[in-house]
Design a protein around this ligand. Structure first.
Ligand SMILES: *[C@@H]1O[C@H](CO)[C@@H](O)[C@H](O)[C@H]1NC(C)=O
Ligand SMILES: *[C@@H]1O[C@H](CO)[C@@H](O)[C@H](O)[C@H]1NC(C)=O
Ligand SMILES: *[C@@H]1O[C@H](CO)[C@@H](O)[C@H](O)[C@H]1NC(C)=O
Ligand SMILES: *[C@@H]1O[C@H](CO)[C@@H](O)[C@H](O)[C@H]1NC(C)=O
Ligand SMILES: *[C@@H]1O[C@H](CO)[C@@H](O)[C@H](O)[C@H]1NC(C)=O
Ligand SMILES: *[C@@H]1O[C@H](CO)[C@@H](O)[C@H](O)[C@H]1NC(C)=O
Ligand SMILES: *[C@@H]1O[C@H](CO)[C@@H](O)[C@H](O)[C@H]1NC(C)=O
Length: 503
């Protein structure tokens, strides 16, 4: 789905900008009978984000069904190229995915990926979805979050420990976050975008959503079919998938990408594993990691050793792009694995579990990842037996990667979560002629090509543009696919159905 915690734009972050937080108890933000400001007030924040950046806040109801109830803050930043002396242009809203990607941080890096033609036509606006970043954050107990345990329980004791952990963590999030924990689903997020669009005086909602961000795009379109202009999803999820279906397609797309990587690594002279049986070495490494965690060396923000399961959950990040750029690139990954196969884990530090101990805004990313997923996806398994059926299913379809995916993560981590599912999977019914552009690579490790075909069928006015190749999302790679997206954003030109591009 949705890509693991790190997504297209996220992986480009090289700096952590210092930023201020909306206070959760700002009196002006509470019990307002109407939004505090009816139009956005943009103020200079170039000192934080760089030249051309302005920032704004907007107040919305925590629960859109209770417009006069308690309120939260939505924070955002905007990049304007100075082609018209910083006059307001049309707006192009962006989301990097996740859930949990901090859009405002990502935009400082991603802005440079947009062509002059695009930034001459549009202001780029990154809105941090409710619950994270500059918006009123989700908060949880950090010690509980950092507890290590298995999400692949094999015994009743392990299963109970997992559920007890989930209950304790969820309780802490509810205590620290309050009512917002019940309302961070993607439909509420889509309503916030609509409120921000209106407050910013935008005639139409133009949006590029990467990975999970594609769900924001189609759930927005479902709610506000008359409001959108250009809508792009890059790296597609399908929120209509069944519990089991989402597992199977999720593990298959991860396995497919991994096996393609392993084949390349064993046969390419750019690989540190050239000439080796990479699949066999990989399987042996996994057995070793199951017995003893491998030391990865100490470093800021991560644990200093890694288990089999932690490695498998985080390894999709290694496959984000074949060339170095949005991800480390396959050549660098082959070097890290060559060391690991020889018993030296120093190349795997970036796959070790992140330790959450930073400031509230940074922590809110991973917390949102879980909080949004638990409201958006169903999880009916409540016994060890149910979970074991799923584990066996996944290792059957994906013997090398074994099912450590975002979908499976939600189906185990959400058992015992205090907030009920309020945006369950369902088919989109969209009656509009306004074209929508869906973009998908044929071998995405995190967003299945199957989901893209399934979503296209739900959106009759959409065209699915394929990039033949590897990696998670396409636009930021800057090739022919990016040019086709730009033609849509600039001129409204859609590619023909069944267009397949090579870069
Ligand atoms: C948004 O609200 C926060 C918290 O009140 C404040 O620190 C920040 O300066 C505000 N940003 C803007 C652009 O008004
Ligand atoms: C704000 O609204 C909540 C819920 O309606 C209520 O419990 C609380 O007393 C109100 N606070 C103020 C300051 O009016
Ligand atoms: C922006 O452009 C205007 C004229 O178009 C110019 O006067 C101004 O100096 C520019 N500002 C920056 C920060 O580049
Ligand atoms: C690597 O392989 C490519 C083609 O597969 C070949 O053209 C190139 O000469 C090889 N380089 C080396 C150093 O062997
Ligand atoms: C792994 O790291 C944890 C946390 O730092 C530590 O308690 C444990 O002893 C380590 N295990 C191994 C096998 O290095
Ligand atoms: C592990 O590999 C790194 C990078 O090549 C190297 O610097 C380090 O000395 C190695 N550690 C051991 C214990 O061999
Ligand atoms: C938009 O159309 C104009 C006129 O045909 C063309 O010159 C331009 O390259 C197009 N822009 C893009 C991004 O395709």
């Amino acid at each position: 789905m949705v890509g693991s915690v790190t997504l297209a734009l996220n992986v480009l972050i090289t700096t952590t900008a210092a930023r201020s937080l909306p206070p959760r108890d700002a009196p002006s933000a509470h019990n307002a009978t109407s939004p505090a400001s009816s139009t956005l007030v943009w103020s200079d924040c170039s000192a934080i984000y760089g030249a051309g950046f302005t920032c704004a806040n907007y107040t919305v109801p925590t629960d859109w069904a209770v417009p006069n109830g308690d309120q939260i803050m939505i924070g955002m930043n905007r990049f304007q190229s100075n082609t018209t002396g910083f006059a307001k242009k049309e707006s192009l809203y962006l989301n990097p995915g996740g859930p949990g990607g901090i859009a405002t941080s990502d935009l400082t890096v991603a802005a440079a990926s947009f062509s002059h033609e695009v930034t001459s036509k549009y202001d780029l606006i990154a809105v941090d979805p409710r619950g994270l970043g500059l918006s009123t954050p989700i908060q949880c107990d950090t010690d509980l979050w950092n507890e290590r345990l298995s999400y692949f329980p094999k015994t009743e004791a392990e299963f109970d420990r997992m559920v007890q952990h989930n209950i304790a963590l969820g309780k802490s999030c509810l205590e620290l976050t309050g009512n917002l924990l019940f309302h961070v689903d993607t439909l509420s997020i889509a309503r916030d975008f609509e409120a921000v669009r209106i407050a910013n005086g935008d005639d139409k909602f133009n949006f590029v959503g990467f990975s999970y961000g594609s769900q924001i795009a189609y759930q927005y379109a479902q709610l506000f079919p008359g409001s959108f202009g250009k809508l792009v999803g890059d790296g597609i999820t399908n929120h209509a998938e069944s519990e089991t279906g989402s597992l199977v397609t999720g593990v298959q797309t991860y396995e497919d990408s991994f096996v393609r990587f392993a084949t390349w690594a064993g046969t390419s002279n750019e690989s540190a594993l050239f000439g080796q049986d990479v699949l066999s070495l990989w399987d042996q490494l996994l057995v070793k990691l199951t017995e003893t965690p491998l030391s990865v060396g100490s470093g800021p923000g991560h644990l200093d050793n890694i288990t089999n399961e932690e490695f498998l959950f985080n390894f999709p990040e290694a496959l984000i792009s074949k060339e170095a750029g949005t991800g480390p690139g396959w050549a660098a990954v082959s070097e890290a694995l060559a060391l690991a196969f020889a018993g030296n884990g120093s190349g795997l530090a970036s796959f070790a579990p992140a330790v959450v101990d930073g400031e509230i805004a940074a922590n809110s990313g991973p917390f949102s990842y879980l909080a949004v997923g638990c409201l958006d996806w169903t999880y009916h398994s409540t016994t060890l037996a149910d979970i074991l059926y799923k584990q066996k299913l996944m290792t059957t379809w994906a013997p090398h990667t074994q099912g450590a995916t975002q979908n499976y993560g939600y189906q185990t981590q959400c058992i015992g979560w205090p907030a009920p599912v309020i945006n369950p999977p369902e088919q989109i019914e969209l009656h509009t002629d306004i074209p929508i552009l869906l973009v998908q690579s044929t071998h995405d490790p995190e967003c299945s090509y199957t989901w893209a075909v399934e979503l296209q069928a739900q959106l009759p006015s959409s065209v699915l543009l394929l990039r033949e190749g590897d990696g998670h999302t396409s636009y930021l790679l800057g090739g022919e696919t990016a040019a086709a997206v730009n033609a849509y954003l600039i001129n409204g030109t859609l590619p023909a159905h069944n267009t397949v591009l090579q870069s």
